[in-house]
Design a protein around this ligand. Structure first.
Ligand SMILES: NC(=O)c1ccc[n+]([C@@H]2O[C@H](COP(=O)([O-])OP(=O)(O)OC[C@H]3O[C@@H](n4cnc5c(N)ncnc54)[C@H](O)[C@@H]3O)[C@@H](O)[C@H]2O)c1
Length: 252
């Protein structure tokens, strides 16, 4: 689908690179010629491919992020593409959400995304080129899945308000950084998946699957395809955009 030399000479850092979507993104980039550093928590190391190097990273730790970026540059002398995939889901009603859980989700999903962007931007500015792709969610736009008028218990197994807020904030980071960096050859975009079959969605209620017009969950490769497009030279005039990849679940 994408040519095998599309990213020849390019170096990519993918956070959350051991997860369902992250693995697919790493493999797709590597199969198209990029050298890829797949960063994830030590406990969840990732994909096997000669061009993919797994490294340990907690995206809530700014010092560790700087060290990771330094490692990429020391090893490859450049960093062209950042894909911020690391994230956690969180379930339950607004009434049940604890302050600690709010902080955990915002720290990983939102602050982690910003800190990684902040760490790579000086390099990209100096190079006069960069591609940043953040991972949003349909839940940033559609108000999530609470349907207490149908089934008050359903929300216990569906994403909560902290998750949607973290992903909406990622849209704001994308829009802001796109403008701040546009004149430097850098594009910043978000891919916003709908429900994708992965560890994150195994517990989703069937009733929520039935709301997807294409009649199925997405697959990680379909999210990776969107990332490849936004990382490619062909998307050079697209920045600040959120690309919905959700099977028609939410259309705007
Ligand atoms: N699966 C879906 O339906 C879906 C839908 C919309 C958006 N998303 C988003 O896509 C991204 C990937 O989701 P997935 O389905 O592959 O989930 P996943 O759970 O398979 O992968 C997430 C990865 O992030 C890593 N991670 C968590 N905390 C981290 C931290 N502090 N530092 C570094 N890495 C950390 C995990 O170890 C895991 O490997 C997430 O940001 C998620 O919010 C997923």
């Amino acid at each position: 689908m994408y040519s095998s030399d599309l990213f020849d000479g390019r170096v990519a850092l993918v956070t959350g690179g051991a997860g369902g979507i992250g693995r697919a993104v790493c493999l797709a980039l590597a199969q198209c010629g990029a050298r890829v550093v797949a960063a994830d928590l030590a406990a969840a190391m990732g994909p096997a491919h000669a061009a993919i190097e797994p490294v340990s990273l907690d995206v809530t730790d700014s010092g560790a992020i700087r060290a990771c970026v330094d490692h990429v540059v020391a090893r490859h002398s450049r960093l062209d593409i950042l894909v911020n995939v690391a994230g956690v889901v969180s379930f339950g009603s607004a009434a049940a959400l604890s302050e600690q859980e709010w902080d955990r989700v915002i720290d990983i999903n939102l602050k982690g995304t910003f800190l990684c962007c902040q760490a790579v931007l000086p390099l990209m500015r100096r190079a006069g080129f960069g591609r940043i792709i953040n991972m949003g969610s349909v839940l940033a736009k559609n108000g999530g899945n609470p349907r207490p008028w149908i089934n008050p218990q359903e929300q216990d197994r569906a994403s909560n308000i902290a998750y949607g807020v973290s992903k909406a904030g990622i849209g704001a980071i994308t829009a802001y950084l796109a403008k701040e960096t546009a004149a430097c050859g850098i594009t910043v975009n978000t891919v916003a998946p709908g429900p994708v079959a992965s560890d994150m969605t195994t517990s989703f209620p069937d009733a929520l699957r039935e709301l997807i017009p294409v009649g199925r969950l997405g697959c990680a490769d379909e999210i990776a395809s969107a990332v490849l497009f936004l990382a490619s030279p062909q998307s050079s005039f697209i920045t600040g955009e959120t690309l919905d990849v959700n099977g028609g679940l939410f259309v705007d």
